[in-house]
Design a protein around this ligand. Structure first.
Ligand code: UGA
Length: 438
């Protein structure tokens, strides 16, 4: 089998690399020359645990190739994945221009039967547009080449992407022909040897499944954040409530951790896009609109606690542990840290932050408006308080005597509930967390 993956972003690079890992020939194509040159030298555009090792190994074995030339790469390909970006437009809807440009180019250059698969998260109806773009290009060439389009949404999590791809819970594939089904069955056979299913369905349902999955997960988080805020008002402890409800298997104990709002490149974009798509089609997603509203407010919750404690923040200095939207990634997109920093700076405070990997990404977005520490203890120097913003493992059991020695006040605002309240009391640290009255 020969596979082409167009787009070497998060989804495309992981997909291409993991397919190569099971012995398939893969060409990853991108228009970004610099990115492709870097990949050839083993320099990855993203930080993702385990991915660099797989890229190096498969590149060295010659199974994984990188190219800027889609025209040549597509020739003889059995499967082409479209994994280019679908950035949100101003109105929140997914911008499909890159997806459709690639579809057209595939139609202009394919020379034999192939399955063209959308892997990017795209609204219901996109596969039909992809088909249209391919067909128009084939018609313009005056050739009659058979092909199928399919939808194969990706469910991998940043920070665990390689494992999620290699050992998926499920693979969802939307198809419209038996021929495409056989190709996809063969392609994914090595990944479902553990007994997890490839779920075949029609294309519209596959496209909707992706949004429904992310929207459901985002709903769980906003729901718990809402409950956490109410717990604070009512004098309950959300950590206990979480354990209490999570032990019911119908609810489950995953994805019900309250915090400072979800971020990243997926939930915020997909929730907005689904609300928008529904509205365009005359339906109001009332629950999802609230999920989005609660999330926007939640990003301010930690700052509000700081403000309530100090009143005037002018001239105050805050240590921040974590910048990325979640641990094990350098991704800063829609990170709650950005909102918290903006709020603090607007009030005349200064911030010294430490993140194990996101410093460079953060610098791209916020530049020198904050100070960057060399480690977590360095960030604490003369700070009025510590704010825990991302739950990196290495922050979870610090040397508290060192923390206290460096901070001006024994004061921690924990946006991720990583510390034990009783331990904080023993340490004589004033501790503000999410979902319990301080
Ligand atoms: C998410 C989905 O989990 C993946 O299944 C999906 O493939 C991906 O989006 C995508 O559409 O590409 P990801 O954005 O990498 O993956 O991150 P998650 O681990 O899902 O976390 C998202 C956000 O939710 C983070 O900001 C995290 O801090 C927050 N979160 C998560 C909570 O606040 N509480 C929780 O209990 C869980």
């Amino acid at each position: 089998m020969k596979i082409v993956v167009v787009g070497t972003g998060y989804v495309g690079l992981v997909t291409g690399t993991c397919l190569a890992e099971v012995g398939i020939d893969v060409v990853c194509v991108d228009v970004d020359t610099k990115k492709i040159e870097n990949l050839k030298q083993g320099i990855l555009p993203i930080y993702e645990p385990g991915l660099d090792k797989l890229v190096h190994r498969n590149y060295d074995k010659g199974r994984l190739k990188f190219s800027t030339n889609l025209t040549e790469s597509i020739k003889g390909a059995d499967v082409a994945f479209i994994a280019v970006g679908t950035p949100p437009g101003e109105d929140g809807s997914a911008d499909l221009q890159y997806v459709l440009t690639v579809a057209r180019q595939i139609g202009e250059n394919m020379n034999d039967y192939g399955v063209i698969i959308t892997k990017s998260t795209v609204p219901v109806g996109t596969a039909a547009k992809v088909k249209n773009a391919i067909q128009n290009a084939l018609d313009a060439r005056g050739v009659n080449i058979e092909y199928d389009v399919a939808s194969n949404p990706e469910f991998l999590k940043e920070g665990a992407a390689v494992n999620d791809f290699m050992k998926p819970d499920r693979i969802v594939v939307g198809i419209e022909s038996e021929r495409a089904r056989l190709v996809l069955e063969k392609l994914y056979h090595p990944f479902v040897l553990n007994g997890h299913p490839v779920i075949f369905m029609d294309i519209a349902s596959a496209e909707m499944t992706k949004y429904a999955a992310n929207a459901m997960l985002a709903t769980k988080i906003s729901f718990m954040n809402d409950i956490a805020n109410l717990c604070e008002v009512m004098g309950a402890d959300v950590n206990l409530v979480r354990k209490g409800i999570g032990s019911d298997p119908r609810i489950g104990n995953k994805f019900i951790y309250p915090g400072i709002g979800y971020g990243g490149s997926c939930f915020p974009k997909d929730v907005k896009a689904l609300v928008r798509t529904a509205r365009e089609n005359g339906y109001e997603m009332r629950i999802l609109q609230s999920v989005e509203d609660v999330n926007e407010d939640q990003k301010h919750v930690l700052f509000n606690k700081v403000k309530k404690k100090f009143g005037n923040l002018s001239g105050k200095k805050f240590a921040m542990w974590g910048l990325s939207f979640k641990p094990n990634t350098d991704d800063m997109r829609e990170a709650p840290s950005l909102v918290i920093i903006e709020n603090l700076l607007a009030e005349g405070a200064t911030v010294c932050a430490y993140d194990p990997v996101a410093k460079e990404e953060a610098k791209h977005m916020i530049g020198d408006k904050i100070e960057y520490a060399v480690d977590e203890y360095d960030a604490l120097r003369d700070a009025d308080a510590l704010l825990v913003v991302t739950e990196w493992s290495e922050f979870k059991a610090p040397d508290f005597s060192e923390v206290k020695a460096r901070l001006k006040n024994n004061l921690i605002f924990d946006g991720r509930n990583i510390f034990d309240r009783a331990e904080m009391e023993r340490q004589g640290i004033e501790y503000h967390s999410i979902g319990i009255k301080s």
